[in-house]
Design a protein around this ligand. Structure first.
Ligand SMILES: NC(=O)c1ccc[n+]([C@@H]2O[C@H](COP(=O)([O-])OP(=O)(O)OC[C@H]3O[C@@H](n4cnc5c(N)ncnc54)[C@H](OP(=O)(O)O)[C@@H]3O)[C@@H](O)[C@H]2O)c1
Length: 339
């Protein structure tokens, strides 16, 4: 039986710029009754994603914003604690769109994916490499980046949840891979442990100069997680027919006034290159196939996974903020209770 009260974090004010503690409130409230057709999930792992920051704005892009007063929406992993839906019995582990709350009560159709009873990998991986991060990396690279063996692939936020997988998948496809990241520690991790061919530290190095040195044959695929100046710099080295996967623009999610567009965009014309927006949700049909291949790579040790984990529901706002400070390596998670 689940308790009658729970803790949850709600949005108090829409943030302007960087998020502050005062934008959120930790509340205790009554759990709603589980209605016929619904399940109650005991959330264990919250997936901390840059997208959550976008959902806090009045206009959130391609999904509904989070309303002021509502619980913060978040992908999560949890176990069904109470069920009034015959396909989702108590004890089933699921991943889906839940919230920064101890329990989520919802109708499972379209929102939940079941996690195998004995997954053979840590369950938290279903929030990362076998969840949104892995699918984004795999599908964005495969269907938009379309890398071929021997090509040069550049990825930004290269030591993050998505970026660290993009680089490894491109290596598995026989590409030369350059990662752009902030720090020496991250640069060493992606080159020495993940097998990237080189890393560029955008805070300390001249990105254009380093791209020239490390991509002697130019760039065929750029997987863009950050936008801004780094995108502008990468455009200087793209090849004829190159593909840019526009996956995210974390450098500007916090900005209320958007910066001027990339001045080097004309390179797209001279290089007959394409830059395509990519949304993982659009590839739902390909998820099972992608998830299967990702799981095989993880189990065989071809894909290495790292998590940055905080403990306690109250840590969720700080974990979200830390993405914008570059404090995470690999997937960022908050574990709110023991499995
Ligand atoms: N299109 C889709 O369907 C989809 C789905 C999922 C995710 N995404 C996008 O994929 C990207 C990566 O997401 P993730 O969950 O894997 O996050 P993440 O890469 O694990 O974390 C964010 C990273 O971004 C970097 N960063 C933060 N501020 C930056 C800035 N101003 N300039 C440059 N880099 C900055 C930091 O790495 P450094 O320390 O290296 O700077 C930080 O660790 C995000 O843009 C996200 O919105 C898109």
């Amino acid at each position: 039986m689940s308790p009658s009260l729970q803790r949850k974090i709600v949005l108090v004010a829409r943030p302007e710029g960087e998020i502050k503690d005062s934008d959120f409130r930790l509340e205790e409230g009554e759990l709603p009754e589980t209605q016929p057709g619904q399940v109650r999930i005991r959330n264990v792992y919250l997936s901390i994603d840059p997208a959550i920051r976008g959902w806090l704005n009045a206009s959130a892009g391609y999904v509904e914003p989070i309303a002021v007063g509502d619980v913060i929406r978040s992908a999560a992993i949890g176990q069904i604690a109470e069920s009034k839906h015959e396909d989702y019995p108590e004890g089933t582990w699921v991943s889906g769109l839940m919230g920064w709350e101890e329990y989520s009560t919802l109708s499972p159709q379209h929102t939940l994916r079941k996690i195998p009873e004995k997954p053979g990998v840590p369950r938290s991986y279903y929030a990362g490499v076998l969840g949104g991060n892995g699918l984004t990396a795999y599908l964005g690279l495969t269907f938009v980046g379309k890398p071929k063996t021997g090509e040069t692939v550049v990825v930004s936020a290269a030591a993050g949840g998505v970026g660290s997988l993009v680089g490894q998948i491109a290596k598995l496809q026989g590409c030369r891979v350059i990662g752009i990241t902030s720090s020496e520690v991250k640069a060493r991790w992606i080159t020495e442990e993940l097998g990237f061919d080189a890393a560029i530290r955008y805070r300390d190095e001249d990105v254009v100069k380093e791209l020239k040195a490390n991509c002697p044959k130019g760039i065929d695929v750029y997987f863009d997680n950050v936008g801004g100046m780094i995108l502008n710099d990468v455009l200087t080295r793209i090849n004829v027919g190159s593909r840019i996967v526009l996956c995210g623009a974390i450098s500007q999610i916090n900005e209320s006034e958007l910066p001027p567009g990339p001045s080097n965009y004309i390179r797209l014309l001279t290089k007959r290159a394409s830059m395509q927006g990519f949304v993982t949700l659009d590839y739902a049909k390909q998820w099972p196939e992608a998830a299967k291949e990702l799981a095989q790579w993880v189990r065989s040790g071809k894909l290495l996974v790292r998590e940055t984990r905080r403990h306690g529901l109250e840590q969720a706002p700080a974990a979200l903020r830390s993405l914008f400070l570059g404090e995470n390596m690999g997937k960022s998670l908050v574990q709110i209770c023991e499995e």
